[in-house]
Design a protein. Structure first.
Length: 451
């Protein structure tokens, strides 16, 4: 009888890692980094609770570090199977894993906290990696697999498996805030017996696309009218590109003042180059604009500041300006340098457009902290603090519920993962109460037999 075990993303947002065992295959879906202050550093260094050498294949849902961050560690400890994902995810993984290694090396304070993989391990993992197209089918052991569009970030997939003895299985990874203007809607999976579904926003509902655009427009106008700086901490993958796509539209239709806009994130700049290469994955509307000659990621006033000197020169630009920089939760990256300079300024604004995990600097500011510690200094928070939920790349509670409901007639088990406990448990209860399905939020290490 097939067995499913949860080794991450269980009543927590990060560290996605799921082991499916059948008669002829041991398949891992995702192998992500745990991301939270202090305790997660220890968890990432711990031995895997399974032998990597016994895993036949790893299927990767998308290129965010909480889904790929421990893959080099797998290779280091004996994994020699194939790695499968959509084509863009392979490119993002090479980029993100090298960036993550750089961050881990800078954060390691002693031999006890030494980095758990190196450049060679990244190379070993990438040599095992094979890209697939949406809808392409392949087989590992006795399991038939197809990757479908999840609409979360470029190349994100729902992994649909035909599992002997238990029927069709869907690992949803992260589902997109569908339909996203840049990427379009996610694919439905139809008749499914078992589903693993995320719940980052399992208890919340987003604003609509036009509403978020209007809010962005107002924040830009208000900050510029005050003569301040608008800081936007943004994730390098998808959030930044969605934001550029939206700024492009607002700028071309003269809905925002003509001010300098800086993309101050080397990682986001490199990711944007990958986006340019995969226009065929974009929404129908975005592809139409490209055919008409519109560069979706370039418009008057936008400047890419890739080098350190270019980044420092932003401080010399007087008057209103907009800075988009990583990291999205303010746990590192160039946004911290700008925050130290502009958070004490009442004329300036810090705008959150993404999820802020408990314990992160971003979350503390969002929770109305009067000051925060940044690079060893106490920085007062006097700038205006704003948040727009509609820019999340995650499906909200209603979208997640409807996704499950679409397959309700065939579903036997729903496993709710990748959310804080209150979000996961809320979605579990909603599914149980309204659809009458067997739904559960698994705990770390918990296994389920699938009949």
């Amino acid at each position: 009888m097939p067995k499913l075990t949860f080794y991450g993303g269980a009543q927590e947002v990060t560290g996605a890692c799921y082991l499916l065992e059948t008669e002829k295959a041991r398949l891992l879906v995702d192998c992500g980094l745990f991301q939270c202050p202090r305790i997660c550093e220890k968890r990432n260094r711990e031995d895997f609770p399974f032998d990597p050498a016994t895993i036949d294949a790893l299927i990767v849902t998308h290129g965010h570090i909480d889904h790929i961050g421990r893959i080099p560690k797998l290779a280091r400890h004996g994994f020699r199977g194939k790695i499968y994902s959509a084509h863009p995810t392979k490119e993002f993984a090479d980029l993100m894993l090298r960036d993550s290694l750089d961050v881990l090396e800078k954060e390691a304070k002693s031999d006890e906290e030494k980095v758990f993989y190196d450049e060679g391990d990244i190379g070993s993992a990438m040599a095992l990696w094979e890209g697939k197209e949406y809808g392409e089918e392949f087989t590992v052991g006795d399991v038939h697999i197809r990757l479908q569009n999840a609409g979360h970030i470029l190349g994100s997939v729902v992994v649909v498996m035909e599992v002997p003895g238990t029927g069709r299985f869907a690992f949803c990874g992260d589902l997109g805030n569908s339909p996203a203007p840049l990427l379009g809607p996610f694919d439905q999976v139809g008749d499914i017996a078992h589903m693993v579904i995320e719940s980052a926003y399992g208890n919340r509902v987003h604003e609509g696309v036009e509403e978020r655009k209007q809010k962005l427009e107002r924040v830009v106008e208000d900050t510029c009218a005050n003569g301040g700086t608008l800081m936007i901490p943004a994730f390098s993958l998808e959030r930044t590109q969605e934001l550029l796509y939206e700024f492009n539209e607002l700028a071309e239709h003269k809905r925002i003042p003509r001010v300098p806009i800086f993309l101050d994130s080397p990682l986001a700049i490199k990711a944007t180059r990958i986006y340019r290469a995969y226009g065929r994955y974009f929404s129908a509307e975005a592809q139409k604009l490209i055919k008409e000659g519109d560069d979706l990621f370039q418009f008057p006033g936008l400047q890419f500041t890739e080098s350190v000197d270019q980044s420092k020169s932003i401080n010399e630009v007087s008057g209103p300006k907009i800075i988009i920089a990583g990291a999205g939760m303010m746990q590192g990256g160039r946004i911290l340098h700008h925050a130290k300079r502009y958070l004490p300024d009442p004329k300036s604004t810090l705008l959150f457009i993404g999820y802020q995990a408990a314990g992160s600097i971003g979350r503390r500011i969002l929770d109305k902290a009067l000051d925060v510690r940044i690079n060893g200094e106490t920085v007062p928070v006097r700038a205006s603090i704003k948040a727009i939920g509609g820019y999340s790349a995650h499906a909200d509670s209603d979208m997640l519920y409807e996704y499950v409901a679409h397959s309700a007639d065939s579903l036997r088990n729903v496993f709710v993962v990748q959310g804080e406990p209150e979000a996961s448990l809320y979605l579990v209860q909603r599914i149980r109460d309204n659809l009458g399905l067997q739904a559960v939020a698994p705990k770390y290490g918990e296994s389920f037999s699938l009949d």
